[in-house]
Design a protein around this ligand. Sequence first.
Ligand SMILES: [Zn+2]
Length: 328
Amino acid sequence: MMHPFILSLSMAFAALQPLPPDGAPALGFPADCIVGRSCLVQKLFDHDPGPGRRDYRCGLLTTNGHDGIDIRLRTMADMRTGFAVLAAAPGTVLRTRDGEPDVSVDVRAGLNGKDAGNAVVIDHGGGWQTQYSHLRQGSIAVHPGQRVSGGERIGLIGLSGNSEFPHLHFTVRHSGEAVDPFVGAAALPPCNSEARTAGLWTAAAAHSLGYEPSAVITGGLASAVPPRAVADRDPPPALDGRQAPLILWVDAIGARAGDYQAFSIAGPDGQIVHDQQSVVESGGLSWFAYSGKRAPAAGWPAGRYTGRYVLKRENAIVARIETTAIIK
Ligand SMILES: [Zn+2]
């Protein structure tokens, strides 16, 4: 017979740490990339029922109505290199689609309802399904009816469907309703809750995903202001000789009004040839910024230039990049 003290202790534990509902799959990280290095978490699930946006930590790393998790690549070249999309848990493939082109939705005439682009839906039983959208054309490696194990490669991260940058949109559904995998079917914990669980993720997946409200996606030194859209920066802009302007540009996530940003460019001898600081007046989930100057009358000295960008919030650095390029 169980001691009553032990019984009450275990009930208290259950109340503080809601477990995933019975039959919910334990989800592994659904891509073969490393967050913060080869890929980034661009968007989370939106918990704001109105026109606003709020992620599961009451942050702004989402857009209105976003029903999944976006795991993005930094460049088009990374998409061509190929990063695998992995089944988050064992299951049976329900549906697949392939054949949609890897081009930004900005240049497509219409999607004919194929917003997910090339996609895979996996059934995990008990009413639970996962969907993997925007996969690379020709990469779908599974077929309907096929059993897959957790971590099995099902395709590659791509740019198909309603997408402006190469990414995986990962959706979890229970009985047809989209569920935030960071929360599961439990009530949303209070902001900054210490009692936060991994939701439906395995502990390893939750650790891999982390939570970075701001990050630099990519950046560089160029002779002209490059296009904002990653699909239009392919190949990335470069330096164009000693007489051209010198511009440091960054493509980032999650700059906020009141953040402080600093650009600096050092010349081949290490001396600063350009620096500029400013307060961000209105940031956003997507943040594109640049600063630079014209070449001096004698032209830039040939050699290696180093660009540095930092984004600060309340005196803490929340995102940064250092990039180098050679002027010939
Ligand atoms: Zn998405």
